[in-house]
Design a protein around this ligand. Structure first.
Ligand code: FE2
Length: 209
């Protein structure tokens, strides 16, 4: 439990409201967020959702960029707290540096949908977000939904979905988790990763790829 932290304040609540508003209005950016992944299959995908991908860097869509930037700043503030409370974590990271990955997702789960497969956020696949460098994952719950949220396997812990609550936890298999599916209500989150290294270094590599 010591590595699962949640932060909740008025600032996160207003970011959550911004996500809800953006999601409703920007149907043009919504994509099916189906993930098959390990353990998933065509008959039963690991995840069913509607997603909007955001990039907090040089967006051609200024509204999407502005929201992405606000979210990354909010999560970075949460990360600062997380690391202050756990100085050893920063110490063991290469260059003692971590940053909030500027590429991340907004996800809406309709009633009965969810990331129902047990999984962790660490993988060695070759993606733009450099998953091999992932140290932590984050979720910002954007609405309050009873009997939803995230279940952590080893910790036997349930994190309730509450509007404006930011949760940070390790991306590794030590924190295998899944979404708790609600069959009556929909749930919206923003979610992404925190990688080892510097944001500047990442942006440079992204520009050259
Ligand atoms: Fe996850």
């Amino acid at each position: 439990m010591k590595m699962i932290a949640h932060y909740h304040n008025a600032g996160f609540e207003s970011v959550a409201d911004g996500v809800m508003d953006f999601f409703e209005r920007r149907e043009d950016l919504q994509r099916p967020g189906v993930a098959f992944g390990p353990g998933g299959s065509e008959a039963e995908p690991a995840k069913v959702s509607t997603d909007i991908s955001l990039v907090a860097h040089h967006g051609s869509d200024s509204e999407a960029f502005a929201l992405a930037d606000v979210i990354v700043r909010a999560v970075s503030a949460g990360l600062d707290h997380y690391l202050q409370e756990r100085p050893l974590l920063r110490q063991v990271c290469p260059d003692q540096e971590l940053f909030v990955m500027p590429i991340f997702n907004l996800q809406r789960y309709a009633p009965g949908e969810g990331f129902r497969q047990w999984h962790c956020d660490w993988t060695i696949s070759d993606e733009a977000t450099e998953p091999v460098h992932r140290v932590l994952a984050w979720i910002l719950y954007c609405d309050s939904v009873d009997q939803a949220g995230t279940e952590f396997h080893w910790q036997e812990h349930h994190e309730v979905a509450e509007r404006g609550k930011l949760v940070i936890f390790p991306a590794s298999p030590s924190h295998i988790h899944r979404g708790r599916v609600n069959n009556e209500l929909s749930k919206t989150i923003a979610t992404g990763w925190i990688n080892a290294g510097s944001r500047e270094g990442f942006i440079k590599r992204l520009a050259h790829s």
